[in-house]
Ligand binder design. Structure first.
Ligand code: ATP
Ligand code: MG
Length: 411
């Protein structure tokens, strides 16, 4: 029989890696809740068209990364590759437009059929947030500052740069598109097959290509900033000024476009040089057209999402749990008392490791292995006089205390 193993690109998260991922999510949740965001949990799968119609039919995700399947009723469903489309679907189907603005955050697994490598998995976790119903640059400033505070709270601000660009409104986008297409046509032969294709359907996507030949062409492409109309330039300038006022450092990156079709105006990424090619740890942007495109009203939106595993890999903080107290019964007849003592200590707030079996020596070794700082040793003779031994496992000192005083003595 072949050995059962996990699917390529998926990982079992446990031990330190799980603790770090949990830390990233709890720090993130605390911060976004301060900004008024509430958690939402949408299903892990949606009708395929929730993604295929809205992420852009030339995007990497839709063309080659989605996990689509037919269920037994013949519906075409897709494991979510990202969070925004599902949250916006929920915003519309739950009628949340009645009460704007709406601020939501989510966390959970995403699925993309990608070539697995460091920082690139087929199932990975995102933590993200969406702000719906605010058209003004204040939303952009607030969301970026929130992302910054999050990264800073993880102790990673020193490693991370905020990169930002503006794609402008529809008019600016069309302006730019024309200039870009005529430029790319002059360099048609130098482009990858994928990009030749994109040139027809969605030329902006070429800017996002990871192929070396495309990158060379893109290096000299017209700059987005030259195509922004007045309103879009002003919007972008306001966002940058807001960041300046908050003392948040950024780098305007004129080549930054995002991989999905729904973005307009502000797009941004938080990038580190510590993860090689997979350096983007958090990414987001404004998506003013998305709600309408998905059949809702004209509602502006902006959001970001981070890769929890990528952030976890950068986290240097010690995430180990507090050291426990070991409760060690010596002899069969003290087992019941040991259980009672462990229960009492746990209810008083201590982490307690009960040593289940073995002789005293073995149990003491076990206590060291779980890094206990203190042992409560329960012997039959002592117990008869309502006493136990407390042993400081770092200093090796021990003393006998009355069972009734145990909590007081431990303090
Ligand atoms: P990339 O350019 O690296 O493919 P992307 O533009 O596809 O990233 P987004 O869709 O913006 O990524 O997702 C937001 C974040 O989620 C990324 O910045 C990254 O940290 C994380 N992420 C995306 N895809 C993966 C993956 N396959 N494995 C692990 N993390 C990922
Ligand atoms: Mg990708």
């Amino acid at each position: 029989m072949t050995k059962i193993q996990n699917v390529r690109g998926t990982y079992d998260l446990y031990g330190e890696a799980k603790r770090k991922a949990k830390k990233v999510i709890s720090v993130g949740s605390n911060i976004v809740e301060k900004y008024g965001f509430e958690e939402i949990e949408t299903p892990i799968f949606e009708f395929t068209e929730v993604f295929s119609r809205n992420l852009g039919d030339t995007s990497d995700i839709v063309t080659k990364e989605m996990y689509c399947f037919q269920d037994r009723g013949g519906e075409s469903l897709t494991l979510r590759p990202e969070g925004t489309a599902g949250v916006v679907r929920s915003f519309i189907s739950e009628g949340m437009q009645q009460n704007l603005p709406v601020k939501l955050y989510y966390t959970g697994p995403m699925f993309r059929y990608e070539r697995p490598q460091k920082g690139r998995q087929r199932q990975f976790t995102q933590f993200g947030c969406e702000l719906l119903g605010v058209e003004t640059p204040q939303a952009d400033i607030e969301l970026i500052s929130m992302a910054y505070e999050f990264i800073e709270s993880l102790g990673l601000a020193g490693n991370v740069t905020v990169e930002i660009n503006s794609l402008g409104d529809t008019e600016s986008r069309n302006n730019y598109r024309e200039k870009l297409v005529s430029y790319l046509k002059e360099h048609f032969d130098e482009l990858s097959e994928d990009s030749k294709n994109r040139l027809e359907k969605n030329p902006l996507r070429v800017l996002d290509s990871k192929e070396e030949c495309d990158k060379q062409v893109v290096a000299n492409a017209p700059l987005y900033s030259e195509s922004l109309n007045e309103a879009s330039s002003k919007f972008f300038a306001d966002v940058l000024k807001g960041l300046d006022d908050l003392g948040i450092k950024y780098r305007v990156n004129n080549r930054l476009v995002r991989g999905l079709d729904y973005y307009s105006h502000t797009v941004f990424e938080l990038v580190t040089d510590k993860l090689g090619a997979q350096g983007t740890v958090l990414a987001g942007g404004r998506y003013d057209g998305l709600v309408e495109q998905m059949g809702g009203g004209k509602v502006a939106g902006i959001g970001w999402a981070c890769g929890v595993e990528r952030l976890s890999m950068l986290l240097e903080e010690d995430t180990s749990l507090p050291r426990p107290i070991a409760v060690i019964p010596v002899g069969e007849d003290t087992n019941d008392e040991a259980i009672k003592i462990a229960y009492k200590l746990r209810r008083a707030g201590y982490r307690v490791e009960h040593s289940y079996n073995g002789n005293l020596k073995k149990r003491m070794m076990k206590a060291n292995k779980v890094k206990a700082y203190l042992a409560v040793i329960i012997g039959s003779d002592e117990l008869a006089s309502q006493q136990v031994t407390l042993k400081d496992l770092d200093k090796g000192e021990q003393r006998t205390v009355m069972l009734a005083d145990l909590l007081k003595e431990i303090k």
